[in-house]
Design a binder for this molecule. Sequence first.
Ligand SMILES: Nc1ncnc2c1ncn2[C@@H]1O[C@H](COP(=O)(O)OP(=O)(O)OP(=O)(O)O)[C@@H](O)[C@H]1O
Length: 239
Amino acid sequence: MQPVIKIKNLCHIWPNQTQPVININQLEIQKGDTFFIQGASGSGKSTFLNILAGIISNQTSEVQLLNSNISQLSNKQRDQFRANHIGYIFQQFNLINYLTVLENVMLACQASNIRAARAIKKHGSIQSAAHFYLSQLNIDESLLHKQAMRLSVGQQQRVAAARALIGQPEIIIADEPTSSLDQQNVSTFIEVLISQCKKIQATLIFVSHDLTLKPHFNSHYILNANNLKEQDHAVHAND
Ligand SMILES: Nc1ncnc2c1ncn2[C@@H]1O[C@H](COP(=O)(O)OP(=O)(O)OP(=O)(O)O)[C@@H](O)[C@H]1O
């Protein structure tokens, strides 16, 4: 087994708070794992994902991603690390409204030479790669040149997933990406997202309140009382 994420002594206390929102002694997430996290509203799920992605800095902990301790990187280095190695599907998708669907997806490769090179190697060009992932996510050709804001919520969510997958980042992080979808669209989305992650051998960290999604994932954790605890069969260590 090869850990892609290794965490030691992760303790995060927000300013003006006395108790940590996150306090994880030790956690490893293996390459190719599909890792489901549930937790009550306000339990710290987004905070945890943002620390993992280096959006929130936590210099006292050891958060190793792909053998780099991101806690020790500068803000600029963390931004570049994220662009190179992490596809992030935000709760509100964070698409750029005035750019087209195709431009939004290609943007991920413009921010990273590594992802651009992988997209070109696999698909011939960044544009072809964007076409590929959008078609895998059932985005019709007729939508590709529309501004992102003209799409439905479900379509925007699939565009956000294509942007996360392009250029084959090693880690995909998804923060409640299905919360505004109907049940039929949720199932289709999860199946496509997981199968695409498997194809690119990415590790998927997925936060959701929707417990019906759990069976799609091979590791199930709950964030409770500031710690992540494994729920079903024990596979990976935690304290
Ligand atoms: N930038 C911040 N500054 C101070 N406190 C914050 C900040 N962001 C989040 N918090 C606090 O941290 C706690 C956890 O918030 P977080 O958004 O991580 O929870 P969550 O589990 O993702 O919630 P939800 O399921 O409702 O999205 C909350 O009490 C919140 O008020």
